[in-house]
Write a protein that binds this ligand. Structure first.
Ligand code: GLU
Length: 377
């Protein structure tokens, strides 16, 4: 059985390991102080989930919002990267303390983990994160994770905790990711439109689904918005995890939303190997290989990407870097690890395999991206 309805997210058999992401607007009030009563109730629900036999990982935002007020920074601390980093340094202490105290009142140990994008993009560091989270969970602790905002520079930032939660779920081999939001799911149009309808279940994030999302955070406190939630749903789906968005605002938000199926559930896609799922969820691509219709079709049938079908090469990358494969209509078809660097790819693009040895002056590889190193998206 797989997770097919919202209630399954509370079921320890179907969801033995759950990631719960809590956004800034839920954790921090308009006055810049933590919303302690609400958080106390939520931690009660998470402790109950653990008592039912579910392992829980929390991804918590709120460091920037909490720190901004203490430092007296304008725009909620998001006026500049330096402001956000300073605010996070102050707010993260409070945030971690809050979670630790509230879990301790249920006899549960919280563990702070701060991650940057690179920790999850580099395979070796990824495996390290996986091992650490596994150990913490095995010891009965609840990891409380945030981005390491204070050191992450613009290029190496997630920037939003929605995608961080999906990547963390993948690293922890979780079964589902639950995003607590200030809206009860994805709507088919601007939710302020009286005709807008909530979509209860999404099988796959298609361009039509993406068109329903409006960018930006509605609260102005976080940085997410629906676009980053859909990106998170794609990462989760590819990794074989379900992802749900529910309204986090009520007291004890899990109990009600899950029982009444009030939210949007994105179903998992058929599971790939863990390594391929990691590859598919990688966010930073070093280059792009534009391919013709023949190559696009062959990829769809599970073939490797051959140089003959490559029309154009973009970007600076070395052998082993992650690149995206772009189809004739400009859509990303796949992601994979290139067997060659950018200059070699350019030299080989459009050329038949039998000419490769002459072009390169050394023994060629069997493909530009081998199918074992390639994930269709
Ligand atoms: N890491 C940020 C914080 O703790 C939140 C990112 C987000 O808004 O998703 O404040």
């Amino acid at each position: 059985m797989t997770i097919a309805q919202l209630a399954h997210i509370a079921d320890p058999m179907l969801t033995p390991r759950l990631v719960v992401k809590v956004g800034s607007a839920l954790l921090v009030g308009a006055d810049g102080a933590p919303r302690r009563a609400w958080l106390t109730a939520l931690v009660g629900e998470l402790a109950a989930a653990r008592a039912r036999g579910q392992q829980v990982i929390v991804v918590s935002s709120g460091a920037i919002a909490l720190g901004a007020r203490r430092l007296g920074l304008a725009k909620g601390g998001r006026g500049s990267l330096a402001d956000a980093q300073a605010a996070a340094a102050v707010g993260q202490i409070t945030l971690a303390g809050l979670w630790a105290d509230l879990f301790a009142s249920h006899g549960v140990t919280a563990a702070q983990v701060l991650l940057t994008l690179d920790d999850l993009e580099d395979r070796r560091r990824w495996l390290n994160v996986t091992a650490t989270l596994g150990t913490l969970l095995a010891c009965g602790a609840v990891p409380v994770i945030n981005e390491n905002d204070t050191v992450a520079t613009e290029e190496i930032r997630f920037g939003d905790n929605d995608r961080l939660a999906a990547r963390v779920g993948q690293a922890a081999e979780a079964h589902a990711v639950l995003l607590l939001s200030d809206i009860d799911g994805l709507y088919d149009r601007d939710p302020r439109d009286p005709d807008a309808k909530r979509i209860p279940v999404v099988r796959r994030v298609t361009p039509d689904i993406r068109a329903m999302a409006t960018g930006g955070s509605s609260s102005g406190l976080g940085s997410g918005g629906m676009t980053s939630k859909l990106q998170a749903a794609e990462i989760a789906g590819l990794a074989g995890m379900a992802l749900a968005i529910i309204d986090g605002r009520p007291d004890q938000p899990l109990a009600q939303a899950l029982a009444d199926a009030r939210g949007t559930l994105f179903l998992a896609r058929p599971h790939k190997s863990a390594r391929k799922a990691w590859l598919g969820g990688r966010m930073r691509m070093r280059g792009f290989l534009h391919v013709d219709a023949g190559a696009a079709m062959a990829l769809g049938q599970g073939a490797s990407l051959l140089a003959a079908g490559v029309l154009q090469v973009e970007g600076q990358f070395v052998r082993g870097d992650a690149v995206a494969v772009v189809g004739p209509a400009g859509e990303v078809l796949a992601r994979g690890l290139s067997e060659y660097d950018a200059a070699e790819c350019m030299a080989l693009a459009g050329r038949n395999s039998r000419d490769h040895a002459d072009i390169l002056g050394y023994a060629p590889r069997s493909a530009m991206i081998h199918r074992d190193q390639l994930v269709l998206v």
